[in-house]
Ligand binder design. Structure first.
Ligand code: SF4
Ligand code: SF4
Length: 395
């Protein structure tokens, strides 16, 4: 049996991540009865609050249920003491991202707003200055952005950023998987050690990745079941807007990777003028529209505190939305500049901002809320894996 040690500073530490003070919680269990996940997850979310209150740090870090929550706010609506468990879950996830990240950058971004803004500005300036240092001539006849900032430099820097992100992301994922797997008693043998184990792993992976991460089945189902969401036009509903941001972001990443792939294969050099219906450009344009619309609605909702899930916002929340919005908006401004008869000088400068912000966004991904794109599917994998009954052969 594993010894459990209490961390006295745990609760005050989570409060630093923007958590609502849940000291009024007296474990009545109303939130568990209300939570759409409560039936499947036993005593969730009440148990998470108790873990924090009594300092059970390892239990929190190893909690798969924490990431299953999609911040619908139902629990907070029903809490008799106004303890706001929904916001507490969100802050505990931010804290967990800070704990899984060993560089402490995530912790800094979440708990020190001024430093977070300075880091964001400094990174953008550094990326822009680095790109600008290698700039070529500014063609006034056509917008030759990849001659002004050499495509080769952008590709090389992009690859270096991706390597850093993958390493940082994998380190966080490794820590998370060890924490949750250790707590659940799920090890390599359980998931890969036999034919039955592989079947169960494959089915759990499909539920986590296909049905939930990409299809967002529970998110959409609960949104549709929520009577409050029915009075909101479909194009403003959380599930739709969230899906547009997710698919818009993935689409832009795919368009960038495909464009680089075409250049490597010698099919189309980066920067070659192509019509708007050229497949890679079309993908980038559609994805950009989705991302720009989605982030605009999310920012507006946050500004208005339009629903429970956005009633309180941290600087890190705004920072992420701002980066996503700037990357999408500057992408469109470049497209516009490309179709203007004479190459406007502002097109070059917007391009520099776009590249610097895109690099920064990708580089900071493992240290911000975007990290949940990795942690949530993994946690959902454990949820699905445990839900599938063990077969006698595995034991
Ligand atoms: S958070 Fe509120 S509803 Fe949930 S157990 Fe505590 S007091 Fe009850
Ligand atoms: S926010 Fe929604 S999913 Fe999360 S704990 Fe509360 S009721 Fe459950």
């Amino acid at each position: 049996m594993t010894a459990t040690t209490a961390s006295l500073g745990l609760y005050p530490e989570i409060l630093k991540y923007g958590a609502a003070d849940v000291s009024a919680c007296f474990s009545c269990g109303t939130c568990t009865a209300t939570c759409p996940l409560g039936q499947e997850q036993g005593t969730f979310p009440r148990r998470i609050i108790r873990y924090a209150q009594v300092g059970m740090k390892d239990a929190l870090l190893g909690s798969k249920e924490l990431w299953a929550c999609y911040q619908c706010g139902e629990c907070s609506e029903s809490c008799p003491t106004q303890a706001d468990p929904s916001e507490f879950m969100a802050a505990t996830r931010r804290w967990a991202i800070g704990q899984y990240d060993k560089t402490r950058l995530a912790r800094t971004l979440y708990t020190q707003p001024i430093v977070a803004i300075l880091v964001a500005v400094l990174l953008a300036v550094l990326f822009a200055a680095f790109m600008y240092s290698a700039h070529g001539p500014m063609d006034g006849q056509r917008l030759a952005i990849f001659e002004w900032v050499p495509a080769e430099l952008i590709h090389t820097t992009g690859i270096a950023v991706m390597i850093a992100v993958v390493l940082a992301g994998l380190a966080g994922v490794w820590t998370m998987v060890r924490s949750v797997g250790g707590r659940e008693g799920v090890g390599w043998r359980s998931v890969l050690g036999s034919r039955d184990a592989l079947t169960r792993t494959r089915r759990a992976a499909w539920v986590a990745l296909g049905r939930e991460a990409l299809g967002q089945t529970i998110f959409r189902r609960e949104c549709a079941a929520d009577p409050k969401s029915r009075v909101i036009p479909w194009y403003r509903r959380r599930a739709i807007v969230h899906a547009l941001v997710v698919w818009g972001f993935l689409g832009l990443l795919a368009a960038t990777a495909l464009d680089y792939g075409l250049a490597l294969l010698g099919i189309k050099a980066t920067g070659t003028p192509v019509p708007i219906w050229y497949p890679v450009r079309l993908l980038g344009t559609v994805a950009g529209v989705a991302l720009l619309y989605g982030t605009s609605v999310l920012m507006l909702d946050r500004y208005r505190a339009a629903n429970r899930s956005v009633r309180s916002s941290t600087v890190a929340d705004w920072l992420l939305l701002a980066l996503l919005w700037i990357v999408a908006a500057t992408g469109f401004a470049i497209e516009l500049a490309l179709y203007l008869p004479d190459a406007p000088a502002w097109g070059y400068w917007i391009f520099l901002v776009h590249v610097a912000m895109a690099m920064e966004l990708v580089l900071l991904a493992p240290f911000m809320k975007l990290a949940h794109a990795a942690y949530r599917p993994l946690a959902l994998f454990f949820v699905a894996f445990q839900a599938l009954a063990y077969t006698p052969k595995e034991e």
